[in-house]
Design a protein around this ligand. Structure first.
Ligand SMILES: Nc1nc2c(ncn2[C@@H]2O[C@H](COP(=O)(O)OP(=O)(O)O)[C@@H](O)[C@H]2O)c(=O)[nH]1
Ligand SMILES: [Mg+2]
Length: 216
């Protein structure tokens, strides 16, 4: 199913920044992928990372895979909107593509952790909508991490041990989603996005439109 934009194209609105965070394996990537496929008005922010690519990951699409040295140069040059160390690697959101997407009247989707979410919140709270995704149980989280089978047992164990820390930040998010049924979760994130697009403050062209309706 394809969802239409929130309002008429001739009623401009401010773009928003939709953040999805979760512990590894809660289903965030699946939800993001589905959202991007169904909705032409939102684009993914492709992060830079120093972690090596997993099998099947494409440079420039899943991540910009960079060396630690390049990452540090980008930090020094102010090229990141936010950046953080997660597990043993660095991750950061390149600034320019986000600004370009918002300027073009589209929304931006971020798959970032709680540290990055906090940093974005400091600079752009009004444009930020944050969703935290929780697994239905710890056993289910572990099962998903194992069946993904892209990481070694050691990496899975490490991610499990970090899940508790990550989940402790649920309280900092606008929306909390328990992902027990993937289709339902996708529909719910879409519902959040649709509702947020309709917020009055984002509809910067509405006063003019209503004046037109009233013949003024
Ligand atoms: N702060 C921040 N976190 C990021 C960024 N990109 C990815 N992350 C987070 O880093 C964590 C690890 O991501 P990844 O290595 O792809 O493994 P995943 O947990 O299986 O998705 C996830 O929580 C991501 O949301 C970024 O640009 N900034
Ligand atoms: Mg991910």
């Amino acid at each position: 199913m394809t969802f239409p934009p929130a309002n008429l194209p001739n009623v401009p609105r401010r773009g928003l920044m939709l953040v999805l965070s979760s512990p590894s394996g809660a289903g965030k990537s699946t939800i993001s992928r589905a959202l991007l496929e169904r909705d032409a008005d939102i684009a993914l922010s492709v992060s830079a990372t120093t972690r090596p690519p997993r099998p099947g990951e494409v440079d420039g699409k899943d991540y910009h895979f960079v060396s630690v040295e390049t990452f540090q140069q980008m930090v020094a040059a102010g090229q990141f909107l936010e950046h953080a160390r997660v597990f043993d690697n660095y991750y950061g959101t390149p600034r320019q593509p986000v600004e370009d997407t918002l300027a073009a009247g589209r929304d931006v989707l971020f798959d970032i952790d709680w540290q990055g979410t906090q940093q974005l919140g400091q600079n752009a709270r009004a444009d930020l909508v944050t969703v935290f995704i929780l697994p239905p149980s710890l056993a289910e989280l572990e099962r998903r991490l194992h069946t993904r089978a892209q990481d070694s047992a050691e990496v899975v164990a490490k991610r499990m041990s970090k899940a508790g820390d990550e989940m402790s930040h649920w309280f900092e998010y606008d929306y909390i989603l328990l992902n027990a049924d993937i289709d339902r979760s996708i529909a719910r994130v879409q519902a959040v996005l649709d509702a947020e697009r309709l917020k009055r403050d984002r509809q910067v062209g509405m006063a003019r439109f209503v004046n037109g309706l009233r013949g003024q």
